[in-house]
Design a protein around this ligand. Structure first.
Ligand SMILES: Nc1ncnc2c1ncn2[C@@H]1O[C@H](COP(=O)(O)OP(=O)(O)OP(=O)(O)O)[C@@H](O)[C@H]1O
Ligand SMILES: [Mg+2]
Length: 243
């Protein structure tokens, strides 16, 4: 682990696609046990940042350090849980088989995977659907399977790209509780979202992106206290959209 317990350390990170900067000079630190929400309009650079944080995309310039090392290093990756924005799973696998597949990729032994599978599927509300092929799942059920997949390796750092999308209100509440429990266990969580209410309820800090630039980073407690409205006000103000 890096000095001063930074779990994620981005320094001046820029990523350009065909000359256009999707992320421009982003510096961001995440300490152990912190929950950070990553906000911004569509196309602001959130997913691009997350992919660089995971070593799935190389920065054009700047440095990315996760858990004290290079996130593309498999020894680092085994400690990261990731739920992508859009996941494409093998449609003929059921949820149980999906977790067995990802467990193998993570290098977990079959016994550990089996022992975690029941409680994970229970915690995301998929226990009754565990033997149905994923092609029969609704959008929210696939999202739940993705959450279980991201937690399978009991990661130290959890990176979630729009995890609340598609979840019904009950699943949202359960998922919020799940994330809170993980935080209580000392896990570090970074998630992008358009759900300001969930972000305000869950996060210690937020970062707001606009056109590749980080226009705000700060603690939620300074602005929280009024449901989603305070964060909504801050969001609109930092984007220059406040009335
Ligand atoms: N592979 C790619 N090739 C070219 N441009 C890309 C690529 N990936 C992302 N971009 C561009 O980079 C910018 C940031 O995209 P990104 O997916 O990071 O946004 P986002 O903040 O995650 O948006 P959303 O809220 O819609 O998910 C957009 O202008 C997008 O078109
Ligand atoms: Mg995105």
């Amino acid at each position: 682990m890096s000095e001063c317990s930074d779990i994620v350390q981005l320094e001046g990170v820029t990523r350009a696609f065909a000359g256009a900067k999707a992320v421009d000079g982003l510096s961001l630190k995440l300490k152990a046990g912190e929950v950070m929400g990553f906000l911004g309009t569509n196309g602001a650079g959130k997913t691009t940042t997350i992919k660089m944080m995971l070593g799935l995309l190389a920065p054009t310039s700047g440095s990315v350090k996760v858990l004290g090392g290079d996130p593309s290093d498999p020894r680092i990756r085994v400690h990261i849980g990731y739920m992508p924005e859009v996941a494409t799973y093998y449609p003929y696998l059921n949820a149980r088989e999906l977790l067995a597949f990802y467990g193998g990729i993570c290098g977990l032994d079959a016994k550990t995977v089996r022992s975690r599978t029941d409680s994970l599927l229970e915690s995301v509300g998929l226990a009754d659907a565990a033997k149905r092929p994923l092609k029969t799942y609704s959008k929210g059920m696939l999202q739940r399977a993705g959450i279980a997949q991201a937690l399978l390796n009991d990661p130290d750092l959890l990176v979630l790209d729009e995890p609340f999308t598609g979840l019904d209100p009950l699943a949202r509440i359960h998922f919020r509780e799940l994330l809170r429990n993980l935080k209580e266990r000392g896990k570090t969580i970074f998630f992008s979202s358009h759900e300001l209410g969930e972000t305000e309820l869950l996060c210690d800090r937020v970062a707001i992106m606009k056109k590749g630039h980080c226009v705000y980073q700060g603690p939620v407690k300074d602005i929280a206290g009024d449901g989603a409205t305070n964060l909504e006000r801050l969001f609109l103000k930092t984007l220059g959209e406040a009335k």
